[in-house]
Design a protein around this ligand. Sequence first.
Ligand code: ZN
Length: 500
Amino acid sequence: MAKQYDLLIRDAQVYDGSGGAPVRTDVAVEAERVALVGDAGGAGATIEIAADGLALAPGFIDVHTHDDFAALSHPDMSFKTRGGVTTCIVGNCGFGAAPFAAAVEIGGDLMSMDDLDPYDGHAGYAAALSQRGLGANIGMLAGHGTFRVAAMGLDDRVPDDGEMATMKALLREALDAGVLGLSSGLIYEPGRYAATDEIAELAAEMRGTNALYATHMRDESTGLLDSVREAIEIGGRAGVPVQISHHKASGRESWGLVAESLKLIEAAQASGAGVHADQYPYTAGSTMLRAVLQNGAFAETTDGDAGMATIRPADVVVASAPGHPEWEGRSIEMLCAELDLPPRAAAEKVAAEAPGCTVILHIMSEDDVRTVLRHPSTMIGSDGIPTLDGKPHPRLYNTFARVLGHYARDEGLLTMETAVHRMTGMPAEKFGLTDRGRIAEGAIADLVLFDAEGVIDKGTFEDPNQYPAGIHHVFVNGGQVVRDGAATGDRPGAVIRREG
Ligand SMILES: [Zn+2]
């Protein structure tokens, strides 16, 4: 009798995630693992898909997300899986999911707080995710900013010994719960109040584990190079690998600096340090309006305390304005005219009347985006802010399709196999995601079947709520979460805990 599999995908162009050239063959799955890569002959399967040369890749790993709360409130995670994503790394930019009260206090806006039941620590957070059931896998990072708020509120000072001990104890709980590392957000409140010593001392709690340090650096503008040096120094002092989040040069006066910051990464790698970066493939960023104001934007005079650079009112566009949908899609410059206020006052009024307001920031150069994307140290992370209403940055749904379709296929910046590697095998290795990020017998069956000729991002800044084209079928741990481009509603995902 012919062999029977749970899933058999015939005649696919298989990108195995290693960066090697694709091979046209069959892939079969039993339970949650790949059982065969090769000619399946006369075998059958419960689900059989004739790929007819469509591309089959490991599911995309979104290494930079803020989906901590959205995974609880929208557990089918279709807002990620319909873009081909099968694993989300949460807890970035210093905003972790625990302790709960501190997470809500500083991260509620960024992470789209809904009506959630409190939980206890990262162990409680992981348990809540598992209890809901997930459409995608979640890997957790702990957040320095969240720990700092829990230990000492929003104070702008050095922590005392007791406060430092509290942060270390919170990190140890998180490590025991399986977090993959610690993130910082040194541009945000309260991360910006933390000196290098504080971060290095806390991160050193991870020495001897395979957890990493991920950072939204102190200054991504004219201070970019010093910020990269600080990140590398912290990794060196703590004895842990480093992930530089959303690598960019922010603001016109810093454009071009990425050529130098990439050299710093190369030098660190040459000395044996595990330093890498991630990137979203757009010239605009997005964050909380509150944070933009805290960084001194639109002040009459700037005192140089502007880690996001001097930002022009025309370059800042409201993405989500709770209670004020009429402001969404409007720039601060437009709102100045409508509200008859100067830029700073207009932005402050919007931030006050629409708490949780997020904005799009048109602050990067296309040349820099390309320079970073071409570089072999760069993996892909959406940095999407999961405000599922409003006008979120199109990166939320479209990051991976844009890298594959626009930058790899249409612009030729990368080969398709390299692009796939940067979103699969490379991040799996960096974040310690055992048996993921590759298509091989025995690997876990996180898979995406897509049209290499047709895959493309669809969302625009004006009309961002669109899913990409060309993503046909998506499987998480062997279970189908997207069929013919539509979410199945199934939740085969899991919390991925650190091993070692
Ligand atoms: Zn960030």
